[in-house]
Design a protein around this ligand. Structure first.
Ligand SMILES: Cc1cc2nc3c(=O)[nH]c(=O)nc-3n(C[C@H](O)[C@H](O)[C@H](O)COP(=O)(O)O)c2cc1C
Length: 251
């Protein structure tokens, strides 16, 4: 097994970091690698905000529902969909940018996520630990204010990074055959669903989750507690408003 396969197969999210500093040059080298990721039309329609200042971390913490990694991690990276820079370039070169629409947001969000994930692979291969923060999409408006993001820029994800101070057990994944389809999509029968989710459901941590949340099934922990319909609808509305405000819903 080469080094990168080992890194990918053995990785886990790291939420606790030790106090060793993460060198600025290392972060820049990793970002250099990350920016070699494929990007739509080679436009690089993303920006990355690096946060190291404890004051800024404190300001960002509520945007991430005060998850402790935000203030404890040495480095925070906010990956943004960014058509501001590219559109400015167009205007300065007598070209008329047509990127104030949802398709362009989606394009830029894909670009931003590809850079983020490539950064994760490079960072983990160096021994750093990372954690994604999904809270970015819930509170994008507040993050926009805090990080002073102009029109045409929307944060899509955040990473905390640092040297690991924990080595949690790896969490499960569905079997490969659950997510792979040969040539065309083969929809799942009830028996397939039973088969593919049975290992996950029988794990002791899943059973603990069910007990702790007083639910009957693991699926209910997702639908009734972790990712509730009412929250999803609320945060969808909030995100659509943010996209509108940032100029991505004009067409
Ligand atoms: C888009 C995205 C958002 C996430 N948001 C959070 C988060 O807000 N807090 C957290 O502790 N972990 C977060 N995670 C980490 C996941 O919980 C983690 O990847 C998943 O449980 C699988 O664990 P593993 O990465 O150790 O394999 C997020 C992961 C992704 C991809």
């Amino acid at each position: 097994m080469n080094k990168i396969s080992g890194t990918l197969l053995n990785r886990r999210t790291i939420r606790k970091y030790n106090s060793a500093p993460v060198d600025e040059k290392l972060i820049n080298d990793l970002l250099c690698m990350a920016c070699r990721a494929s990007t739509t039309g080679n436009m690089q329609v993303y920006s990355i905000i690096i946060t190291r200042d404890p004051v800024m971390k404190e300001e960002l913490a509520p945007c991430h529902f005060n998850q402790r990694m935000v203030t404890e991690a040495p480095v925070l990276l906010t990956f943004c969909a960014d058509f501001n820079r590219f559109s400015k370039w167009c205007r300065q070169r007598n070209a008329d940018p047509g990127y104030d629409n949802f398709l362009s947001f989606f394009t830029a969000a894909i670009d931003a996520l590809l850079v983020a994930q490539t950064f994760c692979i490079a960072a983990e291969d160096e021994g750093l630990g990372i954690c994604y923060l999904g809270t970015t999409t819930y509170t994008a408006g507040k993050i926009i204010e805090t990080l002073k993001l102009p029109s045409g820029v929307v944060p899509v994800t955040t990473l905390t990074a640092g040297w690991p101070a924990e080595k949690p057990d790896q969490v499960d994944r569905l079997p490969l055959e659950a997510v792979i389809h040969a040539e065309t999509y083969k929809d799942y029968s009830a028996a397939d669903i039973d088969k593919f989710y049975s290992d996950k459901e029988q794990r002791s941590d899943s059973e603990q989750f069910i007990r702790e949340n007083s639910k009957e099934t693991l699926a209910q922990v997702f639908t009734d507690v972790r990712y509730k319909k009412s929250d999803n609808i609320h945060f969808s509305k909030v995100l659509l408003e943010v996209l509108n405000k940032q100029g991505f819903m004009n067409q």
